[in-house]
Design a protein around this ligand. Structure first.
Ligand code: DGL
Length: 261
């Protein structure tokens, strides 16, 4: 099974891409809604949560882990890899590759949670690959709550988004990394506020392609991942409101299961 985790519903934007690129493959998703958000927590806490999330997915039968959370991906992929010795995919690598392929002026914006931005992961990785590029980052802590609230088309959301994006817009970026898996849900308003000429980069498709390539290769084939089309969605806290948002994100009927942490 492919195990995917996030702090909440944001990782479902990645699951959507996985279902498209890897139809038939069994997926188990864990959204740690009881402890969300992760982006406001310390690196030590995020790392502990990431290890616990991966352990849970492995106990459910996952053989490969997708960290569908930028916050966890910016702090903990190495420790998860070393602790469990399974293939681990993070959302940073595909976003970095896609941004570098898209930019023409090497001025790249990054938005993410406070923890992701403070980690400096995108600056580090972008500059390693393209030393001349300029990276401008902004933490947008309120956006996760707006998505989880379902406030996608409210004027308040547009106003907050505009305020967050203004400092990046004035830097002349031509590419903007949506460095949080919740943000693609707000892509429309983000695009409007940052300007039509800026390319928005989200890691879901790149990650799904990277995983599909891996699965088609020798190491992936050895894992013998089941393909019975089973999709399970586990959450550490479940409300009707959250279930509604999750179903809207996946665009279909979902069987949501409550699990205790
Ligand atoms: N969706 C997550 C991310 O990509 C985290 C949101 C949060 O829990 O703060 O960073």
């Amino acid at each position: 099974m492919i195990g995917v985790f996030d702090s909440g519903v944001g990782g479902l934007t990645v699951v959507r891409a996985l279902m498209e690129h890897l139809p038939g493959y069994d997926i188990v998703y864990f959204g740690d809604t009881a402890r969300s958000p992760y982006g406001t927590k310390s690196p030590a806490t995020v790392t502990r949560y990431a290890l616990e999330d991966a352990r849970r997915l492995l106990a459910e039968g996952a053989r490969v882990i997708v960290m569908a959370c930028n916050t966890a991906s910016s702090l903990a992929p190495e420790v998860v890899r070393q602790t469990f010795g399974v293939p681990v995919f993070d959302v940073i690598t595909p976003a970095v590759e896609a941004a570098l392929a898209a930019t023409r002026n090497l001025r790249i914006g990054v938005i993410g949670t406070r923890a992701t931005v403070l980690s400096g992961i995108y600056e580090t990785r972008l500059r390693q690959r393209a030393p001349g590029c300029r990276v401008y980052s902004a933490a947008c802590p309120l956006l996760v709550s707006l998505v989880e609230e379902g406030w996608l088309r409210r004027p308040e959301t547009a106003m907050i988004t505009k305020k967050y994006l203004l400092p990046l817009k004035t830097r002349g970026i031509d590419t903007l990394i949506l460095g949080c898996t919740h943000y693609p849900v707000l892509a429309e308003v983000i695009q409007r506020k940052v300007g039509r000429r800026v390319r928005l980069i989200d890691s879901a498709d790149g990650l799904a392609r990277q995983l599909a390539d891996f699965i088609a290769g020798p190491a992936g084939k050895d894992l013998n991942l089941p393909q019975t089309g089973r999709h399970r969605f586990l959450f550490s806290d479940l409300t009707d409101h959250l279930a509604g948002i999750a179903r809207r994100l996946i665009k279909g009927h979902l069987n949501l299961e409550l699990v205790r942490t």
